[in-house]
Design a protein around this ligand. Structure first.
Ligand SMILES: Cc1cc2nc3c(=O)[nH]c(=O)nc-3n(C[C@H](O)[C@H](O)[C@H](O)COP(=O)(O)OP(=O)(O)OC[C@H]3O[C@@H](n4cnc5c(N)ncnc54)[C@H](O)[C@@H]3O)c2cc1C
Length: 481
């Protein structure tokens, strides 16, 4: 009997899963295998909120697999060793998996492939986590794009994604079933105390992802371009954690959304859904960038910022983390993050700008907090997002772009609904003061009574300070050339 191990990592879905489909085609029995390897060398170990999601995702996936008469085998330890052991125990001749692109993981996987093949075990990997592979979207001369617009043009000019693969009807598993850990034994949820709040907010797993796509396509996809920046509206898909954990593939999302325009508009940038589709291309862009620039998660992509002098301001960082900066839109975002494990994209940009530009706190401090508290924490998207806002990324917001919480608030939360929802202390504040309550006459004593702080930063003065610091750094860099 031919047996194949499917090594699952961040692809907890049965439909459109190339590794599972291949294993079922090539063998009589499949062993669905997850290895928890927290001790393997990776500077960015999963954060607390995404570990909560992983726990839910594994549990849901296991239930789904059992419905198909299969089993998910869970082990803990070194990846290569665990793969060799499961192949020896079951007599499997091959291991297959879907590729991941984070440089540390990609390097480890290449090594594992070589080692397995030395032992006579076939190792086959597949594309499934992105719309396009990193080598598919390159400039004509083979160079890597560093700017989003030409990248997206090239991306959109490629042939449409292939139709997704069907969900298997049955998952034949060897008997006796190989031993497995209980998911609780991985102790993924013990690290966080606040996860009970997430439960009502999310439905981790493939079914949850499909519900989200369905409801987004029916109610919001067509208006995405108009509503995507309004944080108090259900205008975005909230698919990011599902995409990160591979509970849905990006091509499933792309094709589902595009099915609404009957594919009449080809190429995709002519589609009424283009504002949404281009976000999926941003996701590819971030992953390709990290793949080709492995240091991007820790060092500025723009070399001009290598010696940039950041301030050490633990007090500000703590206020920012706790949603107690006294800047309503920032506090609303940081509290949304704490309560739901997610923050709206527009507000992510604003909170990141206030910390890294007005506060001149190193973007890595903010990136680390996001990493620990976001259920969608994703190394490529997070690093690119922070570098973009801090001004040191490849396709960065220009250094002089410093988001003003007041004008952003007036534009995207004009009635202050988002602020009142997440900062209830301010619910009775008159609308003209909601974005800057400190400008209210006698604000000091009123805010004191409301138990809301005065602002931790003078936004105007820190804006000038940031501009000066950036200009000095740029001049020094140019002089040193
Ligand atoms: C400072 C900062 C940090 C960020 N950290 C993360 C992170 O850790 N994980 C993460 O998934 N996204 C991150 N983003 C990108 C973006 O904010 C989220 O992907 C988005 O808010 C998720 O919500 P959604 O699924 O409703 O997005 P939608 O607007 O519905 O977009 C659909 C999908 O497209 C992708 N996408 C959208 N915007 C971006 C973007 N700017 N860059 C890359 N992909 C994008 C996501 O996979 C998203 O699920 C960050 C952005 C900033 C500014």
């Amino acid at each position: 009997m031919k047996k194949t191990v499917v090594w699952l990592r961040r692809d907890f879905r049965l439909s459109d899963n190339p590794a599972i489909s291949h294993a079922l085609e090539q063998s009589d029995q499949v062993i669905l295998f997850y290895i928890h390897a927290p001790h393997e060398e990776h500077p960015w170990q999963p954060g607390a909120a995404s570990s909560w999601w992983l726990h839910q995702s594994l549990s849901t996936f296991r239930r789904q697999v059992r419905i198909k008469q299969g089993e998910l085998i869970v082990r803990q330890g070194d990846s290569l060793q665990s793969l060799i052991e499961i192949c020896t125990e079951t007599g499997a001749e091959a291991v297959c998996w879907n590729r991941l692109y984070e440089p540390v993981i990609a390097r480890r996987d290449r090594k594992i492939k070589q080692e397995l093949e030395k032992l006579g075990i076939r190792a086959i990997d597949f594309a499934g986590a992105l719309l396009r592979e990193p080598d598919e979207v390159l400039k004509e001369d083979g160079e890597v794009y560093r700017v989003y617009t030409p990248f997206s043009k090239r991306h959109a000019s490629l042939a449409p994604p292939e139709p997704p693969l069907d969900e298997p009807g049955h998952l034949p598993t060897p008997y006796p079933v190989p031993k497995s850990l209980h998911i609780e034994e991985l102790e993924l949820v013990d690290r966080i105390q606040w996860h009970s709040q997430f439960t009502g907010e999310w439905q981790p797993g493939e079914k949850g992802a499909q519900h989200r796509i369905q409801s987004f396509s029916e109610h919001a996809a067509l208006d995405y371009g108009h509503h995507r920046d309004i944080p108090n509206l259900e205008g975005v898909s909230r698919l990011s954690p599902h995409l990160h954990f591979g509970e849905v593939s990006p091509r499933q999302v792309w094709l589902h959304v595009r099915s609404g325009d009957n594919q009449m508009y080809d190429p995709p940038d002519m589609s009424p859904f283009w504002p949404y589709l281009r976000q999926l291309i941003w996701r590819d862009f971030a992953h390709h960038l990290l793949y080709y620039h492995p240091a991007m998660s820790d060092r500025p992509l723009d070399p001009m910022y290598e010696d940039f002098v950041w301030d050490c301001n633990p007090k500000l960082l703590e206020k920012w983390q706790n949603g107690q900066t006294g800047i309503p839109l920032v506090d609303a975002g940081m509290r949304q993050l704490w309560h739901t494990g997610w923050m709206h994209n527009r507000v992510r940009m604003i909170v990141a700008s206030v910390l890294s530009k007005n506060g001149l706190v190193h973007w890595l401090e903010g990136a680390r907090w996001f990493w620990d508290t976001l259920v969608d924490a994703d190394l490529a998207n997070n690093s690119m997002g922070w570098q973009w806002v801090a001004g040191c990324g490849p396709d960065a917001a220009p250094y002089f772009r410093i988001f003003s919480p007041r004008s952003q608030g007036q534009r995207f939360d004009p009635d202050g609904e988002y602020i009142r929802r997440w900062v209830p202390e301010l619910s009775a504040i008159p609308i003209q003061y909601i974005h800057e309550p400190w400008t209210w006459p006698d604000s000091n004593s009123i805010l004191n009574k409301l138990n809301y702080p005065m602002p931790a930063l003078d936004l105007k003065q820190t804006r000038y300070r940031a501009l000066d610091r950036h200009q000095e750094a740029r001049q020094a860099w140019i002089k040193s050339r």
